[in-house]
Design a protein around this ligand. Structure first.
Ligand SMILES: [Zn+2]
Length: 149
């Protein structure tokens, strides 16, 4: 698993873990839900299959490769924590293995003026320790993206 520094500030909000998204945020892989009934692969994870409404899933790990489908550059600070971060990008990435799957994230090594739709990217994970549901801390892996050569 490729690792990187966190793109957003250290104190920035972490995802709330649910039974459905736990594999995605704690595995350090792009683990996606695959419906046991119809085989559809979906993201973001949910309680129901988006195709057949079944309730049971397995998980498949996609290769950490994608393409920038769209992006925006944020210049206006809406939270004081982000004052040192602007301008930053928010990108929608489609996966090579599952082109219909879109993941919202940040391309961490590309300047705002160099961002391009169609840019190939690879996933890297920022590892963040935080308090878990019980007494033990838990490691959250935040998927982030880098320009692929
Ligand atoms: Zn299904």
């Amino acid at each position: 698993m490729a690792r990187s520094e966190r793109y957003m500030p250290d104190q920035w909000i972490l995802p709330a873990l649910t039974p459905e998204n736990r594999a995605f945020f704690t595995s350090g892989e792009l683990r996606l839900q695959r419906c046991r009934a119809c085989g559809a692969v979906q993201h973001p994870p949910g309680e129901l299959c988006n195709v057949c409404q079944a309730l049971e899933f397995d998980y498949v790990a996609a290769r950490p490769e994608g393409v920038v489908e769209s992006f925006t550059i944020v210049h206006h600070v809406t939270n004081p924590m982000l004052e040192q971060r602007v301008p930053y990008n928010v990108a929608i990435i489609s996966l090579r293995d599952y082109p219909h799957v879109r993941i919202v994230g940040n391309v961490i090594d590309v300047a705002p003026g160099q961002m391009r739709i169609g840019m190939p990217v690879t996933c890297t994970w920022a590892e963040v320790r935080r308090e878990g549901d019980g007494a033990d801390p838990i490691t959250i892996y935040i998927p982030q993206w880098k320009h692929a050569d």
